[in-house]
Design a protein around this ligand. Structure first.
Ligand code: GLN
Length: 309
């Protein structure tokens, strides 16, 4: 079993670390450019006590696009499927995560899925609450429940850095507001979205969230149904079809695990009815996925036969 294979996991992570040299940290959010590209860490959670954590596991990082899975869960719980999917679609785009092209050519002009930036902005607008603080507080409480870690906050430095430079996301938001996808003030929505993306976690936290999603939304230790079963299934499905941006097809073939990445270099993976995996490696490939993190997941999938297909 994977939890007992610490020596092998150490070897695998050091093998994967060599690929960090072929990647670059994200620069379009200035604060993310401060990350050390040689870092790589892996945590695995199997619902019991500590399972495995190897590499630079003390490092924390921001969720970025991984937060899109959690805001979607909350919006679905708040508003129901009919309302959420009247404003955002269910289809992969094959375009970069911040692309505007399909937003204009698609009719009606709603974003194609909740994992691209346009779709995630629309989803964030559906989180219930009377103020940004209340909505963000609800998202954080949800993450505290999923991880059992009440210390999780957002990183103000990263949030401010993104808000200052988020003109592309601003354009997506203005375009959607014009087309009645939502009615929020764009600056308020951007403020909430950048704080959501800047929520700071460790790869162990990520493995725990991945575990709950893997296990139909139920936390085995507390026996609580944190996410309704049908919503956990929706999340896993989007992770398979759109989780790695426009590399999702290749990832499904090479790795075959529901997963979601973020430009900070995080990847959260969920093996249905099995383990949760958290990875952090800030050196990215040209599509914005952790270059060594993808290699590590591919190696884990082959060694432990983790593909769902
Ligand atoms: N791919 C990502 O992780 C994108 C998230 C980032 N906050 C953005 O909106 O650009």
């Amino acid at each position: 079993m994977i939890c007992n294979d610490k020596d092998i996991l150490h070897v695998m992570i050091e093998e994967a670390r060599t690929y960090t040299q072929g990647g670059e940290v994200a620069k379009y959010i200035p604060a993310l450019a401060e990350a050390d590209p040689s870092v790589l860490s892996l945590a695995i959670y199997d619902g019991g006590g500590p399972c495995a954590a190897v590499g630079n596991t003390d490092e924390t990082f921001t969720l970025q696009s991984i937060s899109k899975v959690l805001s979607l869960a909350l919006a679905l719980m708040d508003r129901g499927e009919d309302e959420v999917f009247s404003r955002v679609g269910m289809e992969p785009t094959g375009d970069p995560f911040n692309s505007i092209i399909k937003l204009e050519t698609n009719r009606p002009n709603k974003p194609l899925n909740p994992m691209i930036n346009a779709g995630a902005l629309a989803v964030t607008s559906m989180i219930s609450g009377s103020s940004t603080e209340e909505k963000l507080g609800r998202l954080l409480t949800f993450i505290h429940e999923l991880t059992g870690n009440p210390e999780i906050r957002y990183d103000e430095h990263v949030a401010k850095s993104e808000l200052r430079t988020a003109d592309l996301n601003r354009s997506l938001a203005y375009f959607m507001r014009q087309h009645n996808v939502f009615e929020d003030e764009v600056e308020d929505l951007l403020d909430l979205y950048t704080k959501q993306c800047a929520i700071e976690v460790s790869c162990e936290d990520l493995a725990k969230i991945g575990y709950v999603i893997a296990n139909e939304g139920k936390h085995v230790q507390s026996k609580r149904q944190i996410i309704p079963l049908h919503i956990a299934r929706i999340l896993k499905t989007f992770m398979v079809t759109c989780g790695m941006y426009n590399a999702s097809g290749e990832f499904a073939i090479r790795v075959g695990i529901p997963a979601k990445s973020g430009v900070s270099g995080g990847i959260m993976a969920s093996i249905p009815h099995g383990i949760g995996i958290g990875i952090y490696g800030p050196a990215l490939d040209d599509k914005g996925n952790s270059v060594a993190g993808m290699k590590l997941l591919e190696a884990l999938s082959h060694r432990y036969d983790l593909s769902i297909f």
